[in-house]
Design a protein around this ligand. Structure first.
Ligand code: CTP
Ligand code: CA
Length: 225
């Protein structure tokens, strides 16, 4: 495979990336959320830009500065993230779903603060739509990369998610004690695609993001030759 000299791996590519958690409001002062610092998604956005791509980052609430020269769309809930991503995804070459999207939202958002006396202590939940699966189901679909954060049976769950959601690639990582992930600056990934895979050893998230972007560029080049 020969790339013309001087051409960067994602030159002329448009990349859409989701990052961070979502927040699902219960009332004006409370929400349900996921543990996610957004660091991995932001590192991927920077790596894609460094590889020559034009990058749009759809971000849940995180404590990270907007990277230079990257268009950032701020959202809060999973439904807002869905609306920011699915209708525009066909205009992109690559979608990377690094966000920790809440799987459920409270069935009702109470307009007034819930008082402790008035609650029956049960929260009714409703399923959120699956953003990465719906992007992969588009008629004109980008190259779709999902994540799988698991505490058990990493390979099995990751491979099943790739198959069920019809992803072109999935990046799986262990979450929990002493494994990097979450708020850490370190992480390790097991990356799978339908006919192969590669383990990216524990390193800082920026290095890892660059290795992941290199793998994505290789897979796209291979598909186009
Ligand atoms: N994802 C998404 N929309 C959702 C839920 C998840 O786009 N409503 C995406 C995530 O961004 C990630 C991938 O799906 O790229 C896997 O997320 P994960 O939570 O690991 O898998 P789920 O399919 O939600 O399954 P479960 O939580 O039961 O493990
Ligand atoms: Ca989930």
């Amino acid at each position: 495979l020969v790339r013309p000299p001087g051409k960067r791996p994602l030159q002329n590519k448009k990349v859409l990336i989701s990052a961070g958690p979502t927040r699902e409001a219960l009332d004006p002062v409370r929400y349900l959320s996921n543990r996610s610092s957004g660091k991995m998604g932001y590192a991927i956005a920077k790596a894609a830009q460094k590889a020559g791509a034009s990058v749009t980052l759809v971000s849940g609430p995180v404590n990270l500065p907007a990277p230079n020269d990257i268009e950032r769309i701020d959202v809060e809930s999973a439904l807002q993230m869905y609306d920011a991503i699915v209708p525009r995804a066909s205009a992109y070459d690559i979608y990377i779903g690094a966000a920790a999207v809440a799987d459920y939202r409270p069935a009702e958002i109470q307009p007034h603060k819930i008082k402790k006396q008035q609650t029956d202590s049960v929260i009714h939940l409703q399923r959120n739509p699956d953003i990465v699966a719906d992007v992969a189901a588009l008629a004109r679909k980008p190259f779709v990369v999902g994540f799988a954060a698991e505490t058990d049976d990493l390979d099995t769950y990751a491979l099943n998610k790739m198959r069920d959601k019809k992803l072109d690639m999935i990046a799986a990582n262990w979450v929990g004690k002493l494994t990097g992930g979450f708020d850490s600056d370190l992480n390790a990934l097991k990356v799978f695609w339908p006919d192969g895979g590669k383990t990216l050893a524990m390193t800082d998230k920026q290095q890892l993001a660059e290795q992941l972007i290199a793998l994505i560029a290789e897979r796209i080049d291979e598909k186009n030759t």
